[in-house]
Design a protein around this ligand. Structure first.
Ligand code: KG4
Ligand code: ZN
Length: 335
């Protein structure tokens, strides 16, 4: 069955077509307008989604060589995210589904990130440990089956991506901060500055990143001017601390629950240091690490269509109607 996926939860308008686990198209239109404001402006995001949703869906069908009549089901992100942004995709998806007389599956954005590992390989085994690290969320989750999840830990304060964005802002690197820090960190010394690693050796699976951000701010405030050498060392040392924490907790969860697979997803999983470290640490313990290719790490509709396909295959029925929510309602725990 051909499935159309739609994603508008934040600042990417995306539509994708999937059939039998194969991505036939994945069109992503990123909203450049927010860069000048140093972060996503919700009202502007909704307006741009409204302008882009029809052209993006049309392009995704064209790229797949299909028409609307070929679609058998729709998956659309309905939560969590910016409500006005979600409403654009949700209303469009619902209306299209009604007019075509096909089922529409509401998709949780975080759940779709967790399942994005299957876009790279189909043989990920349950239970696996999913680490979702994005601009808005940090969660460690045990995935026992489709729809069967145990939340192991989340962040007490800033999300991992938020820490990247805020530290980049402190350093004057602009938005989004993750890629800017990633690039500069390659040039710096990760041991130059001793960033704290909050909760890293704590017994639980909770995260806390605001202290790391404050540490960066204090470092910068002590400088008269920020030299290039200092900048790259802050980037490298900050990134090393975040990567150490994320890797330590994920590995511990995989070992505790006997998981053979780990999936790292969400925008921050695009981070080169996180991918390399997680891969290395998993490999030495006989655990397989999957981080989707970059286009499936940051927000995209291929992962939305992918999860809809998993839901259909496991017998989940589409609800009579769907609704957008800024917080998660479709998961067995609230976030
Ligand atoms: O999943 P995503 O595209 O959108 C949300 O749902 O939030 O994640 C965006 C986040 C931003 O905080 C951005 O700075 C971060 O992902 N990010 C990165 C990298 N690329 C994107 N963080 C670290 N390193 C990167 N290379
Ligand atoms: Zn995301």
């Amino acid at each position: 069955m051909v499935i159309l996926g739609i994603e508008t939860s934040c600042d990417e308008t995306s539509a994708a077509v999937i059939c039998g686990g194969e991505v036939l198209s994945n069109i992503i239109s990123s909203q450049e307008i927010h860069a000048q404001y140093g972060g996503v402006v919700p009202e502007l995001a909704s307006r741009v989604h409204l302008e882009m949703i029809i052209p993006v869906v049309e392009r995704s069908l064209k790229a797949a060589g299909l028409t609307l009549q070929d679609i058998g089901a729709i998956g659309v992100t309905t939560e969590p995210g910016l409500l006005g942004a979600l409403l654009v995709g949700e209303t469009f998806g619902k209306t299209l589904g009604q007019s075509l007389g096909i089922p529409v599956y509401p998709i949780n954005h975080l759940e779709s990130h967790v399942f994005s590992g299957f876009l790279e390989r189909r043989d990920i085994t349950f239970p696996f440990i999913g680490l979702v690290v994005s601009g808005g969320h940090t969660l460690l989750i045990r995935v026992d089956a489709v729809n069967e999840y145990a939340l192991l830990g989340t962040t007490q304060d800033d999300a991992a991506g938020e820490a990247f964005d805020k530290v980049a802002k402190i350093l004057g690197l602009g938005y989004p901060g993750g890629p800017a820090i990633d690039t500069r960190a390659k040039l710096g010394n990760p041991r130059a500055l001793h960033f704290p690693r909050p909760l890293m050796n704590d017994e639980g699976y909770g995260f806390s990143f605001s202290g790391i951000k404050t540490f960066a701010r204090n470092l910068v405030q002590k400088q008269k001017t920020i030299s290039d050498d200092f900048l790259i060392d802050v980037c490298a040392s900050f990134q090393r601390a975040v990567v150490d924490i994320l890797t330590a907790k994920t590995i511990r969860a995989a070992e505790e629950y006997g998981a053979k697979d780990v999936v790292v997803a969400g925008g921050v999983s695009a981070n080169s240091e996180l991918r390399a470290t997680m891969e290395r640490e998993c490999h030495t313990r006989g655990i397989r690490m999957t981080a989707p290719r970059i286009a499936y790490c940051t927000d995209n509709a291929a992962m939305v269509a992918n999860l809809a396909e998993f839901k259909i295959a496991s017998g989940v029925k589409a609800p009579e109607t769907i609704a957008a929510h800024s917080r998660s309602t479709l998961l067995p725990f609230s976030l």
